[in-house]
Design a protein around this ligand. Structure first.
Ligand code: M6R
Length: 364
């Protein structure tokens, strides 16, 4: 049942190319540059979007916020469901509430959905589990079609959710006229490339290299993860994955925030994973890397293939396939999933059943 893999988590990490194919396929229309989502909601009928979720799904929502604001120019806010449901949210008929959930059963997200409906919001789900509780209460559901996810640490659901947000952003952007035909076509192409790029991110050489780096730092007490822009959530998700399955304390930060506090943590024992792939902000990220280095922190840099120039600033480099910046979180996170996986297995932890965690959190 684990298809020859030692754990469900590893199996699910390797299922990502096919999960992404299932999320995207049939929804991309190359001849028109449009996406077909089979959603009845009118993309022009709302003025703001509220994304609501927990945990990894929340981080996928942060990627979604970036994509939707950039491509469709609609104000988006993202909330953790447990906060949203109790803060009398300012919602009206012109709000689209998007709930994001692998299981479709998380109680806080379900209750937040009910709260949004109470105030008249239109509701859309980005959901994996067919026929789950949320899908029965939503106006519309965009299934991510990632297939069953058994490992407690979410992996393929995350990359499929983020891809579903790209589809939503394209759908909204095209309908609302904020995205030209040419930009649409370029992003459609980037989306189509995703399964292949993630497959490439899982090549045996890359996996072996990540394992080596994971083992080198497996006995660290803490870890810091940094990223910027659309990859700021990649840092948050990388840190969450590591703490969930290896029990190493990890924090994720937007790289620009480092100076505002976490920089105090840096010493020679702190590995700092920096997502420093191709970006219009790369120069800024590299200066953060230099700041870490100047304080003897150990830099593990995620660099785009071929970026030998910036390799000099890092203690260890993990090369990742080059991708369009807007889709890069989906490619980049794979290296961080594997980094936490190999850290946890090096420490002898049970990655499929991490202590204190449940696959779906149906109690408050
Ligand atoms: O089923 P959901 O997507 O609603 O679950 C949300 C979180 O409980 C979940 O993502 C959790 O954070 C995972 N253990 C992350 O790996």
């Amino acid at each position: 049942e684990k298809g020859g893999y030692d754990t469900y988590m590893l199996k699910e990490i390797f299922e990502q190319p096919s999960a992404l194919t299932n999320t995207l396929i049939g929804r991309l229309n190359d001849s028109t540059g449009e996406v077909n989502l089979d959603i009845d909601l009118d993309p022009k009928s709302f003025k703001r979007i509220s994304i609501i979720a927990c945990g990894t799904a929340y981080y996928a929502g942060l990627v979604g916020e970036y994509m939707i604001e950039q491509l469709a120019r609609i104000p988006v806010e993202v909330d953790v469901a447990s906060e949203y449901r109790y803060r009398s949210p300012l919602v009206s008929e012109d709000t689209l509430a998007i709930v994001v959930s692998q299981s479709g059963e998380t109680i806080d997200t379900l209750e937040a959905l009910r709260e949004a409906k109470k105030y008249g919001a239109k509701t859309l789900g980005v959901i994996n589990a067919k026929g789950s509780s949320m899908t029965r209460e939503l106006d519309d559901t965009l299934y991510i079609h990632a297939g069953p996810e058994i490992g407690v640490a979410s992996t393929k659901a995350y990359t499929s959710m983020a891809s579903a947000f790209l589809l939503l952003a394209l759908w909204l952007g095209r309908a609302r006229g904020t995205l030209s035909e040419q930009q649409g076509a370029e992003l459609l192409h980037a989306a189509r490339e995703l399964p292949r790029l993630v497959e490439e991110a899982l090549s045996p050489e890359r996996v072996a290299r990540i394992k080596e780096v994971a083992e080198k730092y497996a006995h660290s007490r803490d870890y810091l993860f940094l990223g910027r822009g659309v990859n700021a959530p990649t840092a948050l998700e990388g840190a969450l994955k590591l703490k969930e399955i290896s029990y190493i304390h990890a924090e994720g930060y937007a790289a620009g925030e480092m100076k505002h506090g976490p920089i105090a943590l840096i010493d020679a024992n702190l590995p700092v994973v920096v997502v420093a792939t191709e970006s219009f902000l790369l120069e800024k990220t590299i200066s953060n890397v230099q700041e870490v280095r100047a304080r003897s922190g150990k830099v593990i840099a995620l660099l785009s293939d071929g970026d030998t120039e910036n390799a000099q600033h890092a203690d260890d480099v993990l090369y990742v396939p080059r991708s369009h910046e807007m889709v890069s979180p989906i490619v980049n996170v794979v290296a961080l999933q594997l980094l936490s996986y190999f850290t946890a297995t090096a420490l002898g932890k049970d990655v499929d059943k991490p202590r204190n965690l449940a696959k779906s959190v149906t109690v408050e």
